[in-house]
Write a protein that binds this ligand. Structure first.
Ligand SMILES: *Cc1c(COP(=O)(O)O)cnc(C)c1O
Length: 229
């Protein structure tokens, strides 16, 4: 089951890349495994999947222990409470949901020196929803944040991430993802010594538009593992 779903998603990514003149290896599939068991993660791993995304710290740490012998890249994609930042800095390769200088600074200070820099993305509240965290999509404010964060040690600012509000058609999805692409471009054009190469956007339902608009990491849960309990 997982095998077929993974094949389907990977084909879909390939097809979208071809259509939009992108190389398939520009897009990384992040399998979002929250609320799915270690056994199911192992099943996906056995099919070649290496990047897994988790939202809940304790649940993630438990799975990491159970799967410690596997060569998995763990991505943290949940909300970050200050008092959880140390464990996140210690146990993940990527964090997609950084939304303040304060959290970035904590992660930088808490990232163990013997590990490679922690890859981080800034979460953008692209549809300005009260219910979602993330930095506002304000270009000048973002420039200040990026300049400050890019100077921190032990973290590598890679790009931007968003969780858009549900849209009614692909044109609306495109409009949102294009805004993200433009923000990334704007930052790259205006901050010296910073090259952002990552757009973490697109989930089970809006993958096509995201790839069309430059996504480099798509975060897919349901379409791989099925509906969560
Ligand atoms: C759960 C989750 C996903 C995966 O969503 P699906 O609709 O199941 O593909 C992606 N990104 C984030 C941040 C999530 O919390």
């Amino acid at each position: 089951m997982i095998k077929q779903q993974l094949e389907k998603i990977n084909k879909k990514i390939q097809k979208n890349c071809q259509q939009h003149h992108r190389h398939a290896d520009e897009v990384t599939l992040l399998a979002v495994s929250k609320r799915h068991s270690s056994a199911r993660i192992r099943e996906a791993y056995d099919c070649g999947q290496r990047h897994f995304g988790e939202n809940y710290l304790n649940e993630a740490l438990e799975k990491q222990q159970q799967l410690a012998s596997l060569d998995i890249q763990w991505h943290y994609i949940g909300s970050i409470q200050s008092n959880k930042s140390r464990k996140i800095a210690e146990h993940f390769t990527w964090v997609h949901t950084v939304d303040s200088i304060k959290i970035a600074t904590r992660l930088a200070n808490q990232r163990p020196d013997d590990l490679p820099p922690l890859n981080i993305c800034l979460q953008i509240n692209i549809d300005a929803e009260d219910s979602k965290s993330g930095l506002p999509a304000d270009k000048n404010h973002l420039l200040d944040v990026v300049k400050t964060i890019s100077l921190l040690p032990n973290i590598h600012l890679r790009g931007l991430m968003c969780i858009p509000a549900p849209k009614t058609d692909i044109a609306e999805e495109r409009a949102t993802f294009t805004q993200m692409q433009q923000l990334l471009q704007f930052i790259n054009n205006h901050v010296d010594n910073v090259v952002l190469d990552t757009l973490s956007m697109g989930m089970s339902n809006d993958l096509d538009a995201a790839i069309e608009c430059g996504a480099t990491i798509v975060r897919v849960g349901t379409a791989i593992f099925g509906v969560r309990d």
